[in-house]
Design a protein around this ligand. Structure first.
Ligand code: ZN
Length: 207
């Protein structure tokens, strides 16, 4: 089973992908996590992506596709990929997609959530209004300091949301004719969104 989660930043894609991966025994393919792991192992694609990331630019689609290609398995859940039409077309060459689930969230709520977000410098764990650290300013996972990311300032957030509307949202139309597109209200709390996702997937699959 292959599932794509689409949604703006702040919609909880990463958290939900993690929960679903554990529940349904899928491999969670997050472009961000994958990039960091591959970089640590000095994989070619990751090293090339780094030259763009260092300049604050998005890497070309073909590099992202290469990175994903190297790590794809039989059953996957994708978060943060595909992000563009070119990536979606490349993914179609590799696997069959069973679900495309839109985690729908208003721009206002996305901005509110992201601007409250704190990240651990050391392990990358994310905290926010819904997932408060046990001790203020400290990462639950590794005990390092957590802070707002530089690119979580209002202007940068707006830009990323615009980019989502322009580049990623059209993927819903790309997949829609296959009748695999579903929509979930991501404004609910983490547990309720997860429950809705589980019910949706169980209902539409032969598991
Ligand atoms: Zn940490």
């Amino acid at each position: 089973m292959n599932i794509i989660l689409l949604g703006p930043q702040g919609s909880g894609k990463g958290t939900q992908a993690d929960l679903l991966a554990k529940h349904f025994g899928l491999k969670h393919l997050s472009t961000g996590h994958l990039y960091r792991q591959a970089l640590a192992k000095k994989e070619q694609a990751a090293l090339k992506i780094k030259t763009y990331a260092d300049k604050g630019e998005l890497a070309p689609d073909k590099l992202i596709i290469q990175l994903i290609k190297n790590h794809i398995s039989d059953a996957n859940i994708f978060d943060g990929f595909p992000r563009t039409l070119e990536q979606a077309e490349a993914l179609d060459e590799l696997i069959n997609i069973d679900f495309v689930i839109e985690l729908s969230l208003s721009d206002t709520e996305a901005v509110r959530r992201i601007s409250h977000r704190l990240e651990c410098h050391n392990c990358g764990a994310i905290f926010g209004a819904e997932k408060q650290p046990k001790q203020k300013g400290t990462c639950d996972v590794c005990g390092s300091k957590i802070e707002q990311r530089a690119d979580d300032k209002p202007e940068a957030i707006k830009k990323r949301i615009e980019r989502y509307h322009e580049e990623t949202e059209p993927l819903l139309e790309y997949y829609r004719p296959r009748k695999i597109v579903h929509k979930i209200n991501a404004a609910k709390n983490v547990f309720d969104v997860f429950t809705d996702l589980k019910i949706l997937i169980e209902k539409h699959s032969a598991l």
